[in-house]
Write a protein that binds this ligand. Sequence first.
Ligand code: 7PM
Length: 345
Amino acid sequence: MAKLYHRPVDFLEGEASLRALDAGDALPLAGGRISFRSVEVMDRSGGREIVSAANWAGSSGEACKRITSARASLAGLPTDHALVMAVLNVTPDSFSDGGEVDQGEDLMVRARKMAAEGADIWDVGGESTRPGSDPVSIEEELTRILPAVTALSHEGTLPISIDSRKPEIFAEAIGAGAQIINDVSALSWSPGSLDAAANAAVPVVLMHALGDPKTMQDDPRYDNVLLDVYDWLEERIEVCAAAGIDRSRLVVDPGIGFGKNLVHNLALLRGLSLFHGLGCPILLGASRKSFIHKLRPSSEPKGRLGGSLASVLAGRAQGVQIFRVHDVHETVEALGVAEAIANAE
Ligand code: 7PM
C-alpha cells in the first residue's frame, strides 16, 4: 500500500477550540493550545482527501498519536506555545546583519537586548552557512564562538543553542555552557556528529538541507518538496534513534532557503503542519531570508521585516513551536497580538 501522509488542517484556538475539543469535533495539535478539525491525507501519486479529525482519529493509529501528543520540554522551556530563538551571529560576514563584525562587547549588548525583548533562546553561530560560502576551519570557528558562549553562559539569562555542523564544536560549546545543538546538516556533516550529540545528552535541532552551502542553490530539485523533506527528516530521526538519540530530544526544521527555490520555500511554509507527524517540536527559520526579497523586492536594509513577521504568523497558525529570528522585539509583539486576538472573548 502507498505511504500516506497526514497534514492537520482547519485550526481552532481559544474558546472555539475548547468547545470543539469538548464536542469531540477537534483534536489537540502537539499537546498545545491549537486544535484541528480536519486532516489532509495525501500520497505521492497526487491522491489527497480531507477527512474530519473525529473520523480520522479512529483509523490512523500511530499517526494520530504522533500529531496530537504533548512534546517534551526544550532545555527546560515549555513547548506548548511559541518560543523565540534569537540569532546571535559571531561571523564577520553575516549578510543579515549588514556585514558588521559581531564580537565582544557588542555581542553582549545585543544578547541582553534580545533577552529583554522577550527571546527564549540565544542561538550562537560562528560559521556562515550562506549559499555559496566556504567552510570555516574548526580552529577558526572555535575562536569565534567559545568566548561568546562562555560570556553568555556567565550572564545566565537564556539557554544557549550552538549553530554548528561540527562535533568538535558541539563538545566544546556544551563544555562552555551551551544547552542545545542546532545543526543545519542534521548531524550528517561529520561521521562523528551522531556520537558527539548522543554523548552530549542535549536537545538537537535537525534541519533539512539539500546539498552543502557551496552548491545548494544551484537548481535544487524535488519530486514533491513537502513530502521529500518530510521523508528525509523522518529518516534522520531513525538514524538518530539508532545512535541513541531519542525522538524526545529532537526538534525538526524544514530548512527554509537551504537548497530551495522560491516555489519550494512557499510550498514548505504553506504545508508546515505536516511536520507535526514527526512527533517533535517544529522550528522555523525564515527571518530575513531571500525568498522574501524575491516576492517583494525592497531597497531598504530592514526591508524584509514585514515578510519575516508574515512567515512567523503563518507558522504560528500551524502550531510551529520555535521561531529563529533576528528581530526579537517585533516578533514577540506580533506573536503577542496574534495570541490576544485568538483568545479574545
Ligand atoms: C547566510 C545565509 C547567513 C543563511 C546565515 C544564514 C537556519 C539555521 C541558519 C534555519 C536553523 C540565517 C542563515 N538558518 N538554523 N541557521 N534553521 N535551525 O539566515 O533556518 O541566519 S543560518
